[in-house]
Each structure stands twice: as structure tokens, then as C-alpha cells.
Write a protein that binds this ligand. Structure first.
Ligand SMILES: Nc1ncnc2c1ncn2[C@@H]1O[C@H](COP(=O)(O)OP(=O)(O)OP(=O)(O)O)[C@@H](O)[C@H]1O
Ligand SMILES: [Mg+2]
Length: 228
């Protein structure tokens, strides 16, 4: 069995972020420091506009803070070269967003294996692995279909399979159930929690829904640029 980063932490250090809106400066993150541990689950809650997505993007190094660092297992994500960062993210971090961002020109199974192919894994073994994952979520009969022909809940399950394909150390999910009805939201969250357990994956999830955020071990509130 592959032993992967069992004790990894994702560490936010003194994150500050200001946006310029017209002639106004909007301070969104005002000194956020927190250590997220792998194998734990965290919810980030806060009113709309409080900066949850901004924080998630920075934690996933999809955006840079004005001040502060994000460390992953002592690796400073903002000091990596672009290609190193992409390789790192593909292997160690999974992302799920409110809108699934599946590639509509690729079939369901092609979307799922993409992270494995980018990593350089053999296509045949990727396809076998993806088929097994699809079977688990009752979507095997859809594997050659295109994402636009799937329901919202099915699309989101596919995007989770893609996000966890390389068994990342952390899964960052920004309103992953925001577009789903209650039943689909529950099945999406249960799927995320199942993979957390299976891969010792850290989960950081933003959600407005108490049914979702109360399932996480730690609930953190983002308010006036601080996390508490
Ligand atoms: N690229 C940008 N340029 C200017 N302002 C931005 C930018 N991105 C976000 N903001 C502003 O920063 C604030 C925080 O936005 P963010 O999207 O992080 O909030 P949020 O907590 O995720 O909200 P929601 O719950 O609605 O998703 C908002 O006031 C938003 O208008
Ligand atoms: Mg948001």
C-alpha cells in the first residue's frame, strides 16, 4: 500500500488580501493563520462576501495573498515555479467547486482520468480505476456519455471522482452542493466523507448549509477578515 503524506499539514500564515473595487479598497482577509491537518474535516462558514472563496483560492494556490504564505509539508506553495505548482496541485490537492467545470468535449470517464494521465499514469490502468469508481457511485452506465447529458447531482459526483483520482492529501470544496437539492447534496457530501476515510484526506469545505457544515469535525467562521 502506498503510504502518502500521512502527517501533512496545510498551513496558512498571516494571510492578507485586499481587492480594489473602483476607488475603494476592500480588505477581505486580515491576517489569517491556521493549520489544517490531513485526515481532519473543516468547514468554513460566513456570510456571502466574507471571503470564503478568496481564502479557498489562496489555500489552493490558485490565487496569491498580498501578504502571507501557504505551506504544505514545509513546501512554500508561492515559491514554486508554475510547472512545479501544477504538478504539485495535480497530485496533492483536489478541488470541487459549485459549478463542476467538467470538460464538456470529454466523456465522463475521460474527465475522471485526466489527473492520472497528467501525472503520467498508464491510460489502461487509469480507465480501470475510473470504471471501478464509477461503479461505486452507480454511474458506470454513463461512463461514455458527455457531462452535459448528466443531471447536476451526477455531474457533481463525477467532478468529485476527478478531484480524488490521484488520492490527494487535501480536498478543497467551495459550495460543492450549492446547486443541488437536498438528496443530491447529501449523496455528494457522503461521497466526500467516504473518500476522506479511505485516503486519510483532509477536507476543507465552504458551505451555507448546516446539514453540510455540521458534518465536518471543525467549523470555522470567517468574519471581518479573521478566521475563528
Ligand atoms: N477579483 C476580485 N476583484 C474585486 N473584488 C473581489 C474579487 N474577488 C472577490 N472580491 C470581493 O471580495 C469579497 C469576498 O468575496 P468571496 O467571493 O471570497 O466571498 P464568499 O465568502 O465566497 O461569498 P459567497 O458566500 O457569496 O460565495 C466580496 O466583497 C467580493 O466582491
Ligand atoms: Mg464563495
Amino acid at each position: 500500500m502506498e503510504q502518502k503524506n500521512l502527517y501533512t499539514k496545510l498551513i496558512a500564515q498571516d494571510l492578507h488580501k485586499t481587492f480594489i473595487q473602483g476607488d475603494k479598497k476592500l480588505l477581505v482577509l486580515n491576517g489569517i493563520s491556521f493549520e489544517f491537518e490531513q485526515n481532519k474535516s473543516y468547514a468554513i462558514v460566513g456570510v456571502s462576501g466574507s471571503g470564503k472563496s478568496t481564502l479557498m483560492h489562496i489555500l489552493g494556490s490558485l490565487d496569491k495573498p498580498d501578504i502571507g504564505e501557504v505551506l504544505f509539508s514545509n513546501k512554500n506553495l508561492f515559491k514554486l515555479k508554475e510547472f512545479e505548482k501544477e504538478k504539485f496541485l495535480n497530485t496533492n490537492m483536489g478541488f470541487v467547486f459549485q459549478f463542476h467545470y467538467l470538460i464538456k468535449e470529454l466523456s465522463v470517464i475521460e474527465n475522471i482520468i485526466l489527473p492520472g494521465i497528467i501525472k503520467g499514469e498508464n491510460k489502461k490502468s487509469c480507465l480501470e480505476k475510473a470504471e471501478a469508481l464509477l461503479q461505486e457511485v452507480d454511474l458506470k452506465d454513463k461512463m461514455h456519455d458527455y457531462p452535459t447529458t448528466l443531471s447536476g447531482g451526477q455531474q457533481q459526483r463525477v467532478s468529485i471522482l476527478r478531484a480524488i483520482f490521484n488520492k490527494p492529501s487535501f480536498l478543497l470544496a467551495d459550495e460543492p452542493t450549492g446547486n443541488l437539492d437536498e438528496n443530491n447534496a447529501q449523496s455528494v457530501i457522503n461521497l466526500i466523507l467516504k473518500y476522506k476515510k479511505e485516503f486519510n484526506m483532509g477536507i476543507i469545505i465552504c458551505s451555507h448549509d448546516p446539514e453540510i457544515y455540521n458534518k465536518m469535525e471543525t467549523v470555522l467562521k470567517l468574519h471581518e477578515g479573521k478566521l475563528g
